[in-house]
Design a protein around this ligand. Structure first.
Ligand code: PLP
Length: 403
């Protein structure tokens, strides 16, 4: 067992919302397709047919994990960003008169920056607000829907805070009040919570393999039967003519294997480690505050975004890195502006807290010893930075009130 005071020889990886390690089971499933089995799945000979059959098995595995009713609803892409771009951009290309888009202020850049770009091109975008806990305002959605609303894009789980959006209700509201299609960015949710698209009013759903132990460079877009999108890549007719380009068979096989792994994991171990980490940091450190819904049922089981008021997130990250722990900041510091993340700003997290926000995102390979060690080093690092903080008056008040 690791001594909780000694820096580990391997880094402790608490940044699983950024990317995940390829699971050994996934690698083993991919290995033959990187070594002895090869061929182009579009070729008519037996080697090609073997590759094609591997692609179709993986499509089945993805469809099963998502609760898609038909495997033809799954199209392989290169990543989550591509799936999001294709869903929204493709819908608008197909329906050029329905140029009103509804989305939220806290989407990942793959949706947010795309919608900003589309606004510059003449689309009208309504940005739905969230409250201080990062929860969505459904009344705002109801009121925003119009006859010309083409697409509503709402993420299932927020990448920074882990807050879950009520997609079932979003789908119902959209269906009852408009003809808009519903796009869901499910990139952070797949592999972390159960998903059953057969029970949801969702037309388009994006996922990304590297967020749940498949390799980087593979994603998928679920396109509900009957929903029409133009091809994302015009080419040799692969993916039923919807996305040209020779299929990345090893990666596709890896994605299928990751879906299989996810189907058989309940993430309870991750949840209890996350709960312990969060509880102890919040109770031991007077200037620590949770960003996101306090009700953990409203959040992913692996994510804890904690603001350490009046200290710099980048400094915390550096000190944790030196201590052997990988995390992310919530402050996505743009070197010139030092703006905090749009998600935390949309939640009205004060600047002095947003700047000191750290995202801890756990995964299937984290151990209780790693969390013990982390809990042992975080208070000391924060204490050191508190002593250096220019906000000494504010911190003294906090420490005497909460300490
Ligand atoms: N959507 C969300 C919510 C994400 O967290 C990410 C990646 O962080 C993406 C989309 C983009 O996925 P990819 O990195 O596969 O392009």
């Amino acid at each position: 067992m690791r001594d909780k005071n000694v820096r580990p020889t391997e880094m402790i990886y608490l940044d699983n919302n950024a990317t995940t390690r390829v699971a050994p089971e996934v690698f083993e499933a991919m290995r033959p397709y990187l070594t002895e089995i090869y061929g182009n799945p579009s070729s008519a000979h037996s080697l090609g047919r073997e590759m094609k059959s591997a692609v179709e098995s993986a499509r089945e595995q993805v469809a099963q994990l998502l609760g898609a009713t038909d495997t033809s609803e799954i199209v392989f892409t290169s990543c989550g960003s591509e799936s999001d771009n294709w869903a929204i951009g493709g819908f608008l290309e197909q329906n050029p008169t329905r140029r009103h888009i509804i989305t939220t202020r806290v989407e990942h850049e793959a949706v947010r920056n795309l919608c900003e770009h589309l606004a510059e091109l003449g689309c009208e975008v309504t940005w739905l607000e969230v409250n201080r806990n990062g929860e969505l305002d459904l009344d705002h959605l109801r009121k925003a829907l119009r006859r010309d609303t083409g697409i509503v894009s709402v993420m299932l789980a927020n990448n920074e805070t882990g807050v879950l959006f009520p997609i079932a209700e979003v789908g119902r509201i959209v269906r009852e009040n408009s003809d808009a299609v519903v796009h869901v960015d499910g990139v952070q949710a797949v592999g972390k919570i159960p998903i059953d698209l057969s029970k949801l009013e969702v037309d388009l759903f994006a996922l990304s393999g590297h967020k749940f132990h498949a390799p980087q460079g593979i994603g998928a877009l679920y396109i509900r039967r009957g929903v029409k999108l133009p091809p994302f890549i015009i080419g040799g007719g692969q993916e039923s003519g919807r996305r040209g380009g020779t299929s990345a068979v090893p990666n596709i096989v890896g994605l299928g294997a990751a879906c299989e792994l996810a189907k058989n994991s309940d993430n309870q171990g991750i949840r209890s480690l996350r709960d312990k980490l969060e509880d102890q940091i919040l109770s031991k450190i007077p200037n620590a505050l949770l960003n996101g819904a306090p009700d953990r049922e409203q959040r992913l089981p692996n994510t804890s975004n904690i603001a350490f008021e009046y200290v710099e997130g980048e400094n915390i990250l550096e000190h944790l890195n030196k201590a052997g722990i990988c995390v992310s900041t919530g402050s996505a510091c743009h070197s010139t502006t030092h703006e905090s993340s749009p998600t935390l700003r949309a939640m009205n997290v004060p600047y002095t807290a947003a700047q000191g926000s750290i995202r801890f995102s756990l995964g299937r390979y984290n151990t209780p010893e790693e969390i013990e060690y982390t809990l042992n080093v975080v208070p000391g690092i924060i204490q050191k930075l508190v002593e250096m903080s220019p906000y000494d008056k504010e911190l003294r008040v906090l420490y005497s009130a909460r300490g």
